[in-house]
Design a protein around this ligand. Structure first.
Ligand code: SAM
Length: 299
């Protein structure tokens, strides 16, 4: 598959997330190991597999620490992955067995987290992303630990019909994961999605997500120090995410939709507690950051 033709736009950012997970998986002090991510990077480079200590470059993604911009993204993607893993496993411990990935991208949790066999995971995304992912899964003979149902749905539209047709049962407690998604949406679209999620969620269901603490500005990265390639990436990202959907603390946003916040942190704070060196962009008190949070549906 030609990545440039078929995975442009929003699919491209999913690829960047996979790259950072593959990169993390190669580290000696790795926080997780994601075999799907390495397989996706290989397929995107049109090679059978990636071997050795370094990944091939993929657009702005590079694992030689040379790009301060990529170091920032990589830190963000790897730490948010750990946050979502821990909140998902917490919900599984509490008895949830139905999982919906909203904007699944190349999420490999079905293959790497040891989810219970009686769990079911619905992976919602656009058709080109799902088709690419299925080809990679088949080529690398990756076996999910639980039932897995890919669903092609536009998350700006109604989700109930396709989910129920795919086997989703609203009466079961559900863990909804909207990882790296809400920044694509306007405030009204984010509200509509959470309304639809709420209508399909029984008491005790969980919602795990993230959004920017404020809109990112040019001066939030050291623009003068970026090379030309990274400047293009930064400009592109600012164009891709013109709206910060929810200019409200996550606890307040969740409460306005009938959910109670359970945990709320930021990438900077979570990263500091994990013990790695925090990129300077996340180390300043007035810098932009990303909320990471989960909530439970009230009765
Ligand atoms: N959650 C995945 C992860 O963390 O690896 C993917 C994150 S990626 C940054 C965002 C994903 O959301 C992309 O795969 C994109 O195709 C999907 N997406 C964005 N807008 C969407 C929409 N309106 N409907 C369905 N999927 C969408």
């Amino acid at each position: 598959m030609d990545v440039d033709e078929n995975l442009t736009g929003v699919g491209w950012t999913g690829l960047m997330t996979a790259y950072s997970r593959a990169h993390e998986s190669l580290r000696e002090d790795r926080m997780f190991n994601d075999p799907l991510a390495a397989a996706v990077v290989a397929a995107a480079n049109r090679v059978g597999s990636v071997t050795g200590p370094r990944l091939p470059r993929l657009g702005p993604a590079i694992n030689d620490e040379a790009s301060s911009l990529w170091n920032l993204f990589s830190f963000y993607f790897a730490h948010r992955t750990v946050f979502y893993d821990s909140r998902l496993l917490n919900a599984i411990d509490a008895g949830c067995r139905q999982i919906v990935l909203l904007g699944a991208g190349f999420d490999g949790r079905a293959f790497r987290l040891g989810l219970p066999e009686d769990a079911i995971i619905f992976e919602i995304d656009q058709a080109s992303v799902l088709a690419f992912k299925e080809r990679v899964v088949l080529r690398h003979s990756l076996i999910p630990h639980c039932s897995r149902v890919p669903l092609w749905v536009d998350l700006r539209e109604e989700i109930a019909g396709p989910l129920v047709a795919g086997g989703f049962r609203p009466e079961r407690q559900t863990v909804w994961i909207a990882e790296g998604l809400l920044m694509y949406f306007t405030r009204a679209e984010a509200d509509r999605l959470l309304d639809r999620v709420s209508a399909l969620s029984t008491t005790g269901s969980r919602f795990i997500s993230e959004y920017f603490t404020r809109q990112w500005k040019y001066e939030d990265v050291n623009y003068e120090l970026l090379d030309d390639r990274d400047r293009v990436v930064w400009d592109l990202l600012k164009w891709e995410f013109p709206n910060n959907p929810v200019l409200q603390e996550p606890g307040d946003w969740l409460a306005s939709h009938g959910w109670q916040v359970r945990t709320c942190t930021t990438v900077g704070e979570f990263g500091r507690s994990a013990g790695r060196e925090v990129p300077p962009e996340f180390a300043t008190s007035d810098g932009a950051d990303i909320w990471l949070f989960d909530g439970a549906k009230g009765g």
